[in-house]
Design a protein around this ligand. Sequence first.
Ligand SMILES: [Zn+2]
Length: 299
Amino acid sequence: MLLNLPLSRYKLHRAAALRGDSVVLDELFARAKIISMLADRFECSGNSLAFISPKLAEGDRYFLGLSSSGEPYFVVHQASELTEFGDNFQSLRTLGARLDDLEVGAAVHALALTQWHQSHLRCSKCGAQTQSILGGSARQCEVCSGQHHPRTDPAIIVLVKDSQDRILLGRQKVWPEKRFSTFAGFVEPGESFESSVIREVAEECGGSITGMKYLGSQPWPFPASIMIAYEANISNPGSVAADGQEIEEIIWLTRDELKSKSASGELLLPPLISVARAMINAWYGPMAESELSGQSWRN
Ligand SMILES: [Zn+2]
């Protein structure tokens, strides 16, 4: 069974056929639900996105899609160097587990798209300026006319297990103490997801994989990843060790050990919106939500 992942709840119809018609897009915008973003933050009202009036919308406008009832959704984005925001502007990391299915999908799309635009203001072929086209689904170079499309960087994430059904978690050197997670890494050029899983586990802990199972995928727009999740059994649980480079510490855990260490604060689990947490919770079982409610990482 595939995992039910919090940021994979996408309900909008992307309506790509409408992106090329600026007259239709103007008409849709005038009656749209408009998400307001400042840098990577979302304007909020309580536990929902605060949709703003088209008349008040300032910034770059991108079309997201239509709801099942035909309501158009757009995001309006203002770039900003701000690092401090008012309470009414929240990050997707904070909002991700709270928003309903429709809003979270729109927010994930909006964050991924706005960050891509911000980092592709110039043409990668000739260096000239680019302009948003097709409702914001692409950019075009003003000089060489080259078209540029949003890119997503695939990264695998893997829950390593042994034959006793224990799981192996690791702590990266750059993380604060007590913070543990599953193993993960970017897929390299020319590599399949499966080869990437085998390589990452071998590199980070010396694990030798005997079999793996696909668990699902989740967009992770921080800034442009998609996480492809697997669980994998290894044949050498007794001889794995942290690589000392990226991973500083590893730990094998039974369910009871995970429960007691997370309750005591000896081990901090990944946040609820992460694939890592979803994999750990699914392995733990139906009681995960109540029994692993100890502290998570701070975002
Ligand atoms: Zn160009």
